[in-house]
Design a protein around this ligand. Structure first.
Ligand code: SF4
Length: 335
């Protein structure tokens, strides 16, 4: 853990925070004073999608509370090993939209580039938890076919850096990539989908801001925050740095049973996002990925909750309730 290795008066770099992340359920539960809890979690050796939790994120969890909504997002439970009809490895059928390694092209006008296979945190409900990253790895050599594909399709106006988490790549590589994209005349916008700024806010450092804010492309950062307790002063400072560079900052959340399935918590989330300078963008229904069925909320309950939320928030704070349906030309609006 970072606290064991870092010099006390030095702020750890994002790479130190990443390498110091919890990779053991026992260590995390000990840190949270939850040893001996009767939580039915998986032992480290049996999980094919191992635990990963940065300490800066763990510090936002309530000690001694096995139901903490941040802990619930990252703790591998035994429930993940249950099979459930309709919950599959590739719920969005992305394999059908993978024209060249690294590219997912589902919707007109924009393509998604798998920029890095790594993540700063392993979210247990992730719809890409079984994604074949070995066939879609990042790095300059692997990105060239993707760049050629994007350059060859004049209808593409926006490139979405995704993963994994694109900010797991190093800044030299990301600078090179954004330079290449900016050279393609028909590309107007760069969108970055990342949970790094949330779980390790120090990732938004000067080298990162240099390529993020230095491009001719309009740049949008889409964060992934599911619960108001994820928003702290470090995150607010990070958002301010992004906005200083004229980067639009949006948030997408996933509706998760046991995490944020109440109108109160979603209302507080929208309020806290706005106070931090972030606009709520999407509230996704859970994608039915194998291993995540315990997070699922029936659509009827989701709708009832959303109607309550609609009555409490002004329109600009109400995220759109959406679902990804394989084969559709865009996201499906539930309301
Ligand atoms: S950071 Fe994003 S891609 Fe990575 S595990 Fe979490 S939801 Fe999935």
């Amino acid at each position: 853990m970072i606290t064991q290795t870092a010099v006390p008066w030095q702020t750890p770099t994002w790479k130190e925070e990443l390498s110091g992340a919890f990779r053991s359920v026992d260590d995390l539960l000990q840190f949270l004073e939850l040893e001996g809890t009767d939580l039915a979690f998986q032992s480290d050796s049996t999980s094919p999608f191992p635990i990963r939790v940065p300490i800066s994120y763990a510090r936002r969890m309530r000690k001694g509370d096995p139901d903490d909504p941040l802990l619930r997002q990252v703790l591998p439970l035994q429930a993940e090993t249950l099979t459930f009809p309709g919950f599959v490895a590739d719920p969005l059928e992305e394999a059908r939209h993978n024209p060249v390694p690294g590219v997912v092209h589902k919707y007109e006008g924009r393509v998604l580039l798998i920029t890095s296979p790594a993540c700063a945190v392993h979210c247990r409900y992730c719809f890409r938890r079984h994604f074949p990253y070995e066939d879609n790895t990042g790095g300059k050599a692997h990105w060239q076919p993707a760049l050629d594909y994007i350059a060859g399709d004049l209808s593409v106006r926006e490139v979405i850096l995704s993963g994994g988490d694109p900010l797991a790549a190093n800044d030299n590589q990301l600078q090179w990539l954004t330079d290449q994209l900016a050279r393609i005349g028909h590309i107007r916008r760069l969108r970055v989908h990342s949970r790094f700024p949330v779980v390790i806010p120090s990732r938004i450092d000067d080298p990162c801001l240099s390529w993020l804010g230095g491009s001719r492309l309009d740049t949008i950062m889409v964060l992934h925050i599911n619960h108001p307790a994820e928003i702290d002063s470090n995150l607010r400072a990070m958002v301010a740095r992004l906005k200083d560079r004229n980067i639009t900052v949006l948030n997408q959340a996933v509706l998760l049973k046991g995490v944020n399935d109440s109108a109160e918590s979603l209302e507080l989330l929208s309020e806290a996002l706005f106070a931090a300078g972030v606009l709520p963008y999407y509230l996704h229904l859970l994608d039915p990925v194998a291993g995540a069925s315990h997070f699922d909320l029936p659509v009827s309950e989701a709708l009832a909750l959303y109607r309550t939320l609609s009555g409490r928030l002004p329109g600009y704070l109400l995220p759109k309730l959406v679902q990804d349906v394989p084969g559709k030309a865009s996201k499906t609006y539930i309301v």
